[in-house]
Design a protein around this ligand. Structure first.
Ligand SMILES: Cc1cc2nc3c(=O)[nH]c(=O)nc-3n(C[C@H](O)[C@H](O)[C@H](O)COP(=O)(O)OP(=O)(O)OC[C@H]3O[C@@H](n4cnc5c(N)ncnc54)[C@H](O)[C@@H]3O)c2cc1C
Length: 283
């Protein structure tokens, strides 16, 4: 069956009314880089599609301490901002130019693993997401948005409209390891953010991609770092904890065994990068 109706709302209220009237049969499409191939291959057979590209959700706004990313801002737009360096790095590591020009930041939160390279960074950055429907808006921490393999907290009549990212000054580390250097699916993606209290780690965020049903936090690894000076022993312990708690899978890119090995290696490397930076600052 071919798509019978295509809606192209010119505003968010119009988009929400259409969704209210036609969900759950209406397929929401942002950049279409994931959704369109599924339709073309006959895997997804929606009766109606709603494109979001004219709904006015493609802005990037920076205030004093927050970067507000409209859900349909493209990955290329993310690459061109300098408020949050980790997000630039994540966008640079996601797909190639053509996909980045069309694919959206919001869409990346719906991309099944091993995709979701930007979502991994958003998790480490303690981002929040705004979900809207004709009933109103609600804000969720990013960590509560993705609930399982291709499942999330979005109700059938809701759209993801904005992602808010705190702007902070502390250094972060983002590493993606794939079979090629660029434009490659992840074997593992690691995003780390640390806050310091003097010479000790006070807050740790370690997010992992491609080793779970969706981007996940390595909470045991995070906890193991609190109060340490990020020495070699603490880094080894955190890497070992991440290896234990990740949930890798086997696909055409890597085996579960190999992904688990790479989690230890790349969590260790990301923390070493931050430790070297801290030593450079005299911590
Ligand atoms: C060749 C290729 C390479 C790729 N490489 C990578 C990679 O290296 N790393 C990576 O992470 N991803 C990769 N991807 C996946 C993809 O391009 C990105 O994840 C992109 O961000 C998806 O965004 P989109 O706007 O195109 O999503 P769409 O295809 O438009 O949407 C996908 C689904 O998400 C939902 N959705 C999207 N936006 C909203 C919204 N605002 N509200 C509610 N629901 C919404 C809809 O249900 C929709 O059907 C690749 C894809 C391709 C085709």
């Amino acid at each position: 069956m071919t798509v019978r109706s295509y809606f192209l709302p010119r505003s968010l209220p119009e988009a929400l009314s259409l969704l209210d009237a036609h969900s759950p049969e209406l397929l929401v499409m942002a950049g279409g880089t994931v959704a369109m191939p599924l339709i073309n291959d006959g895997i997804s057979l929606p009766d109606a599609v709603m494109g979001l590209r004219l709904a006015g959700l493609d802005t990037l706004e920076r205030d004093v301490d927050t970067l507000r990313i409209g859900a349909t801002a493209t990955l290329t737009q993310l690459l061109n901002q300098d408020a949050v360096p980790m997000l630039r790095e994540a966008a640079r590591n996601t797909a190639g130019w053509s996909i980045r020009n069309m694919g959206t930041v919001g869409g990346n939160l719906f991309t099944p693993p091993p995709g979701g390279d930007v979502a991994v960074a958003l998790l480490a950055l303690d981002a929040t997401v705004t979900l809207a429907s004709t009933r109103g808006e609600r804000v969720l921490p990013m960590v509560d948005f993705q609930t399982g393999f291709m499942t999330n907290a979005l109700a059938p009549d809701e759209l993801l409209v904005e992602i808010a990212v705190p702007i902070r000054s502390e250094p972060t580390a983002y590493l993606k390891f794939g079979r090629k250097h660029a434009n490659t699916p992840a074997v593992v993606t690691v995003a780390v953010r640390l806050e310091w209290a003097g010479e000790r780690v006070a807050v740790a965020r370690i997010a992992l991609g491609a080793v779970g049903p969706h981007p996940i936090r390595a909470r045991l690894a995070e906890e193991s770092l609190i109060g340490t000076g990020l020495g070699a022993g603490a880094i080894a312990a955190a890497a070992a904890a991440a290896v234990q708690e990740c949930e890798p899978f086997t696909d055409g890119i890597a085996t579960e065994w190999y992904r688990r090995k790479m989690v230890g290696l790349f969590v260790g490397r990301a923390l070493e990068q931050l430790a070297a930076g801290a030593a450079g600052e005299g911590r």
